[in-house]
Design a protein around this ligand. Structure first.
Ligand code: PMP
Length: 395
């Protein structure tokens, strides 16, 4: 027990930072079984509730049985560049390109694969990547893997971004601004209008990670870029299947030459087994279904706004404006203790701690899903207020 690893684990535990695995059993209507108790799952990214929609799943199985959706194998058995490619994958890419009205789409095995595979492939020596400081870890890892220079601007601080562009644009061949559309830990959103102004003023590219936007925003659920009417201005739009689309995998919408370039240069695309055909099939099935889910999207927004208001009424500060509703606690150990209390009261809330969020900003991240009702949430602000979380609302 005296190994370097044991000591580090012990240190993590002492600081309230130890992460542990705990199996979760999913039920319908947003509930899960966790450590032997049935809890309302406030920590899931299944924003449309599709992961627990047994009717949808049955519909999918029925299509498979009828042979409508073609291949249903559980492995692609090799990289897409060997024999792991399928007509099905091309069909999904075409359907996505059609919906997003872009030239081309390329599938990746996950959002993580996409972010670590696209940035290093496209941006190299002589280029500059400007990245929001609160961008997801996969984007940070993509920056580390790229040979391009990179700078991180303060979260949402487009004045600093402007200054960086003014100072550095002319020194580099290509400059790309990288941002999430909906920030996963703060529940706030990028100002896409401003980013696009900067794009045109400085002749730079925009890389937008819509992991938390797809399914939830826009007339067809395509994300924040659709909602804001700026799809055509985004050079590289990354969407994921692992959140609102209740599956696994990711895609990038881009120009045809970029698609072809990635097929030849993106290591996380080339050197990995393709998505299983059954997954590609399911992704296609869910994507089609998701397009028409405006009622659920509307309900989701209403529910999230109602929760934000109720929290503020109780003097609890939240950030952002989306269905991700964070409540800051601050101290790691306090967040761990309070999450445990929330679990005792019937909610699956997990403490979000550094390095997922910046030092001193441990928090709860309530993730609201469309299969929840207000009656499931209405007691939450009272229970939280009784726990006196760290950051109080100015109201
Ligand atoms: N980008 C963002 C903004 C994310 O939040 C995540 C997952 N939390 C990813 C990418 C990675 O996506 P995936 O889970 O599909 O690997």
């Amino acid at each position: 027990m005296n190994s370097r690893y044991a000591k580090k684990l012990h240190e993590l535990e002492r600081r309230g930072r130890l992460r542990e695995l705990a199996p979760v059993k999913q039920y319908d209507s947003g509930s899960v079984q966790y450590k032997g108790k049935k809890l309302l799952n406030l920590s899931s990214n299944d924003y449309l509730g599709l992961g627990q929609d047994s009717e949808l799943l049955q519909g999918f199985y029925l299509e498979l049985e009828c042979g409508k959706s073609g291949v249903s194998g559980f492995s692609a058995a090799s990289s897409r560049l060997l024999t792991g490619d399928s007509l099905l994958a091309h069909c999904l890419e075409d359907e996505l390109a059609n919906a997003y009205k872009c030239e081309s789409v390329l599938l990746f095995n996950s959002g993580y694969h996409a972010n670590i595979g696209i940035l290093p492939a496209l941006f190299s020596k002589g280029d500059l990547i400007l990245s929001d400081k609160l961008n997801h870890a996969s984007i940070h890892d993509g920056l580390q893997l790229s040979r391009a220079d990179h700078k991180r601007f303060r979260h949402g601080d487009y004045e600093q971004l402007y200054d960086l562009l003014k100072k550095y644009r002319k020194k580099y061949d290509q400059v790309v601004i990288v941002s999430e559309s909906v920030f996963s830990m703060d529940g706030d959103e990028a100002d896409l209008g401003r980013l696009i102004e900067l794009k045109h003023e400085f002749d730079v590219k925009i890389y937008l990670d819509e992991a938390h936007g797809v399914g939830v925003y826009g007339r067809n659920g395509l994300g924040k870029a659709e909602e804001k009417g700026v799809l055509q201005d985004i050079d590289f739009l990354v969407g994921t299947f692992g959140k609102a689309l209740a599956s696994i995998g990711a895609f990038v919408c881009c120009a045809k030459e970029i698609h072809d370039y990635l097929v030849n240069h993106s290591r996380s695309f080339i050197f990995t087994t393709g998505l299983p055909p059954v997954t590609v099939n399911w992704n296609r099935f869910v994507f089609r279904h998701m397009l028409g889910m405006n009622r659920e999207r509307h309900h989701l927004q209403q529910l999230s706004t109602q929760l934000r208001h109720a929290l503020r009424e109780k003097g609890i500060a939240t950030r952002g404006s989306t269905n991700i509703v964070p409540v800051l606690i601050g101290d790691d150990s306090l967040a761990v203790a309070q999450a445990k209390k929330m679990q005792e009261q019937g909610y699956l809330v997990l403490p979000v701690r550094p390095p997922t969020v910046p030092e001193g900003t441990a928090r709860f991240r309530f993730s609201i899903c469309a299969n929840m009702q207000w009656k499931d949430l209405q007691k939450l602000p009272f229970q939280l207020a009784a726990m006196t979380p760290g950051e109080k609302s100015e109201k």
